[in-house]
Design a protein around this ligand. Structure first.
Ligand SMILES: *[C@@H]1O[C@H](CO)[C@@H](O)[C@H](O)[C@H]1NC(C)=O
Ligand SMILES: *[C@@H]1O[C@H](CO)[C@@H](O)[C@H](O)[C@H]1NC(C)=O
Length: 357
């Protein structure tokens, strides 16, 4: 999706960015902070962070824990193509440095397996699933109405949303190549077509996509184009950038969250789905990767799809006023919202660091 001039600019800017990062990180870790027993470093970004963390830990006799959220090389592969020589170098870098560290957290069980089998990492590897920040909680009816009335994105539709005449769908993105929003647009086009022809009982949809990023303009133009061709009669799509507080409230007030995260490694998980569950919001997401079932329980707190056709068919089902699936999923998502950080962190990381019994 990124074209050649972007790719060239990326390759030219990268060395300067790395040199600057090396300097700031080195002075911070080696000089400006006191030594300690443990260092926890998130990966990715891997270059140059991982190398510096290993060198500093070696000289200062600090125990290093790598917190694996994904692989730097698989993300780089999205930008440059999986067979690019730099992707190969990045993989070697991550693999060998990873093997030096003694302790590892990984966001999924599937990632623990890949660390062992693909990267050949030994030592202690512990699964540590992400949990939502405290800001993401289910909202009371009164708080939902207050937010919908206050916010400019929803104010005009508040009565219809409360009466379920309009359903509020939310997705968030950094508008990068690892999320294909044309899947959502295709599905919405098909939904709108059904709702204007054979399924007139289907409600209108207000779809809010939040985030900033390189492909934003590209999709905004696509949306305008579909609108001008009257292919989104029953769907209104708005793109916006929201503060953290407003985003959390929006999730709490919405009917359905959408995730188009494609997972570059197949074993990482979209944080946005974790946040949606924190807010008690059921999720419809792209599920064609290995780690998905570790996060979403099919028909309990969400549903997965692997094509636009499947996505629109699920939306037509669950937004049908006679179908009770959405209520069931909502209950499941609210149950899921009770699983918070402390219940995940204390028994795994707290125990490793000797902080809990
Ligand atoms: C490639 O990217 C540049 C810079 O973002 C843009 O101006 C140009 O139109 C793009 N070309 C194509 C073919 O998409
Ligand atoms: C309700 O929606 C679900 C989910 O797509 C579907 O499996 C089920 O058949 C629907 N139920 C009815 C009664 O249409």
């Amino acid at each position: 999706m990124l074209n050649t001039s972007n790719k060239l600019a990326f390759l030219l800017a990268a060395p300067f960015k790395v040199l600057f990062q090396i300097w700031t990180l080195w002075s911070t870790l080696a000089y400006n902070t006191q030594s300690c027993e443990w260092m926890l470093v998130q990966n990715p970004p891997s270059i140059p962070t991982l190398l510096l963390a290993i060198v500093v830990c070696h000289f200062r006799k600090i125990k290093l824990v790598i917190d694996w959220h994904n692989f730097g090389y698989s993300i780089l592969g999205l930008k440059l193509g999986q067979n690019h020589p730099l992707v190969f170098v990045a993989k070697v870098y991550e693999r060998y440095l990873g093997r030096i560290a003694q302790y590892h957290f990984a966001v999924t069980n599937a990632m623990c397996d890949v660390l062992k089998s693909d990267l050949g990492i030994r030592g202690t590897i512990l699964p540590l699933h992400d949990r939502p920040a405290p800001l993401f909680i289910p909202l009371s009816d009164a708080d939902q109405i207050a937010f919908l009335t206050r916010h400019e994105l929803t104010a005009a539709e508040v009565d219809n949303i409360i009466a379920s005449k309009t359903r509020l769908v939310v997705s968030s993105t950094s508008w990068t190549a690892d999320e294909d929003f044309s899947v959502l647009l295709d599905a919405l086009r098909s939904y709108s077509e059904s709702a204007t022809t054979d399924s007139p009982h289907l409600p209108e949809l207000l779809v809010i996509i939040t985030g900033k990023g390189p492909l934003n303009q590209h999709y905004v133009e696509k949306i305008r184009d579909l609108e001008s061709r009257q292919e989104l009669e029953m769907v209104t799509i708005k793109t916006a950038w929201l503060s953290f507080e407003d985003y959390a409230s929006l999730l709490g007030a919405a009917d359905l969250g959408v995730s188009l995260h494609m997972s570059s490694s197949g074993v990482d998980l979209p944080m946005k789905v974790v946040d949606m569950f924190g807010a008690g919001l059921p999720v419809l997401g792209y599920d064609n990767f290995k780690a998905w079932p570790e996060l979403v329980q099919e028909n309990i707190n969400g549903k997965g799809f692997s094509s636009p056709a499947q996505m629109s068919s699920i939306m037509k089902d669950i937004f049908d006023p006679t179908n009770e699936t959405l209520d069931t999923l909502k209950e499941g998502a609210v149950r899921e919202s009770k699983r918070r950080w402390s219940s995940e962190w204390d028994p795994v990381a707290g125990k490793l660091f000797g902080l809990t019994m």
